[in-house]
Design a protein around this ligand. Structure first.
Ligand SMILES: C[S@@+](CC[C@H](N)C(=O)[O-])C[C@H]1O[C@@H](n2cnc3c(N)ncnc32)[C@H](O)[C@@H]1O
Length: 289
């Protein structure tokens, strides 16, 4: 077993004028961390993610006043139900997202729901910090007008910290400014005073979104379909094929017969499950209706 000493400050390589900290991450620790996050969240961490793991978990060790990952792991594994598991998982998820990311999906969704007679329900299954489900809510409002009040976006994620941020609906102004001006005016309130530099999604948008924690690996999902659309974008890339296939199989019975499944740009479900077939532009429909 080799021991690796790394000089890191807040995840960055330390320069000489920064305070240095030495945390010890052995090969065995790194392997164990990879096993644990795979078992817990299905996330496959590649060998080259060692530095990322170090910097993401360093704050947990510092929080406990520890210098060795071995001690942290012993503590973690001794307390199977402890809050620390939540913090461990939150630290190792990647939450990169944006408003109207992969923008071509939103007009496709709009066309799909425009003439629906029944209230529209959408499941956003990797909601992260909220940008995606709020973009869905904005699309509902733009497409359905006053009828959108009966629609619902169920927004779930394993990461409880990301969900807490999502629930606030508050984003830096510079992030919001990238949106279409009409949308900014219609859907955001500009912060003033101590909220200067931030914007909050308007209540008519947040009213359509319900956030809740959900691990896609959990044996039971606390949600009920049928959904007009399921958004599962930029999450399957973190899972292996077996996990992806199991999740896709469980999505199928939760969809309406004409429901749409939206995948991320680099995700291809065609070779993974025969439950769905590609409609085009990383959008799938049920294979058997
Ligand atoms: C890169 S973000 C994608 C966010 C958004 N869907 C998008 O495309 O912009 C991936 C999200 O998947 C979540 N995630 C990872 N493993 C999960 C699991 N087992 N169950 C539910 N969510 C998970 C992470 O917490 C993270 O917020």
């Amino acid at each position: 077993m080799t021991e690796q000493r790394e000089r890191v400050v807040d995840g960055q390589w330390a320069s000489s004028n920064q305070i240095e900290r030495d945390l010890i991450l052995t090969d065995a620790d790194f392997s164990r961390i990879r096993e644990l996050i795979y078992q817990r969240a299905g996330i496959v961490l590649a060998e080259h993610k060692r530095e990322m793991v170090y910097s993401r978990l360093a704050k947990r060790l510092r929080h406990h006043g520890m210098t060795r990952f071995t001690d942290y792991l012993v503590r973690l594994e001794r307390q199977p139900d402890a809050k620390e598991w939540e913090a461990f998982t939150n630290a190792l998820t990647t939450n990169l997202t944006a408003f109207f990311r992969e923008a071509h999906h939103f007009p496709l969704l709009a066309e799909h729901i425009r003439h629906k007679q029944e209230p529209v329900t959408i499941w956003c299954s990797a909601a992260s910090t909220g940008e995606e489900p709020y973009s869905l809510a904005m699309t509902l409002l733009e497409t359905l007008g006053p009828k959108a009040a009966q629609a619902k976006v169920i927004a779930t994620d394993i990461d409880t910290e990301a969900l807490a941020k999502a629930r606030t609906g508050v984003y830096p102004q510079e992030q919001v400014r990238k949106l279409d001006e009409v949308r900014v005016k219609r859907f955001f309130q500009k912060g003033t005073g101590r909220h200067e530099g931030f914007a909050r999604v308007r209540p008519e948008v947040s009213a359509l979104v319900e956030f809740m924690p959900l691990n896609l690996l959990a044996p039971q999902w606390p949600i009920k379909g049928p959904f007009d659309a399921v958004f599962c974008r930029n999450i399957m890339i973190y899972f292996d094929k077996d996990t992806q296939a199991k999740i896709l199989k469980r999505f199928a019975p939760l969809m309406k017969s004409d429901g749409l499944l939206f995948a991320g740009h680099s995700e291809n479900f065609s070779y993974i499950s025969d439950a769905f077939k590609l409609r085009g532009q990383t959008v799938y429909t049920l294979a058997k209706k």
